[in-house]
Write a new protein. Structure first.
Length: 341
């Protein structure tokens, strides 16, 4: 049983969840997708390991598939249809994305309504979203207006709580002044720990907002899954990321070596050390690794119980703050423009 739990922020402050969340993206984004049974087992493993009464945060998306469709939500629909008792044991966070003209995020009431309706249709009747978050910030309207639109939809009963994704600290503060934000989802890892991450984590801590820290394992790179571009399958979404290009991977491998050495000294896996470090950045910070296998889910969740000494924290933080990572967090172009909105 995983002992450590925490309470969420904002309007979900009475909800107790596991110290580590569960990202579901790769269940339907993989070039060789796992079976329903494998996915269901991966979800159940994490939930069953939690302290009684605590919920597992599951993170899905309106566009988590190779075709940017609702396959991830449809998978969850089948899961909840087969395991209806898990609806109350899980806290479901879903990122929505309706693009204005096929390019920019749109948080108008019309587009947000389309998004939540599309999500619920795919999700089916057995589970309602607990939290909805626009996957990116719409820069064409004030965040205050976007929040007011989200409040309208929340009060209509489409979801219980509001989150933001890839927001700046200033945006988070302004949004929270309109209505309590439950969670801010941002990328945090030893190769994504710069000034903006620190500002959001600090602001969220001050305001009582949870941080869902996605990609704590650097999309698998930081655990040593890839040593050269040849290790990334053709067609895999990571081939678009400049950090996975040949010109950058050799230098970025120095992070892998450093983390592997510290993990071996600690007697844990590299993944567990990375997750434990993210969790230790704040009581309100919840690591959000992904998993499609029950064994990996349990490994990830167990990291929430790992205690790091002040010296260990300092060693890992020093690796993160060296600033020697080559390449961008995303693929470039419009994807970079939509970060820290």
């Amino acid at each position: 049983m995983i002992a450590r739990v925490k309470r969420l922020g904002g309007t979900a402050s009475n909800t107790t969840v596991g110290r580590v969340a569960h990202g579901l993206m790769m269940m339907t984004l993989s070039l060789t997708p796992p079976t329903d049974e494998e996915c269901f087992a991966a979800i159940k493993a994490g939930v069953d390991a939690l302290h009684p009464g605590a919920k597992m945060i599951l993170n899905s998306g309106e566009f988590y598939s190779l075709t940017r469709g609702t396959q991830n939500l449809e998978l969850l629909s089948r899961f909840y249809a087969k395991h209806s008792d898990y609806a109350e044991k899980t806290f479901l966070s879903v990122g929505g994305m309706r693009l204005r003209g096929g390019a920019a995020p749109d948080s108008s009431l019309e587009y947000l309504r389309e998004s939540v309706s599309n999500i619920q249709k795919a999700l089916g009747p057995h589970k309602k979203m607990d939290l909805y978050e626009p996957a990116r910030i719409d820069r064409s309207i004030p965040i205050e207006q976007a929040m007011e639109n989200l409040v309208v939809l929340s009060k209509e009963g489409h979801f219980g709580h509001i989150g933001l994704s890839e927001c700046s600290a200033d945006t988070l503060r302004r949004a929270h002044a309109v209505y309590p934000v439950t969670a801010a989802e941002i990328e945090v890892s030893v190769w994504s720990y710069e000034a903006e991450q620190k500002k959001v984590i600090a602001a969220a801590g001050e305001l009582g907002i949870s941080v869902l820290a996605y990609s704590p394992l650097g999309k698998g790179f930081l655990t040593g899954n890839f040593s050269s571009p040849a290790d990334v399958p053709a067609g895999d979404y990571r081939t678009r990321f400049t950090r996975f290009k040949e010109a950058n991977m050799a230098q970025n491998m120095s992070l892998v070596s450093a983390i592997s050495s510290l993990a071996a000294k600690k007697g844990v896996t590299a993944a567990q050390l990375l997750i434990a470090w993210v969790a230790a950045l704040g009581e309100h910070v919840i690591p959000l690794p992904g998993s499609s296998k029950a064994t990996r889910t349990l490994e990830n969740c167990a990291a929430g119980d790992i205690e790091l000494s002040a010296e260990e924290m300092a060693d890992i933080t020093a690796i993160a703050e060296k600033g020697e990572v080559k390449g961008d967090r995303m693929a470039g172009g419009p994807e970079l423009e939509h970060l820290w909105g």
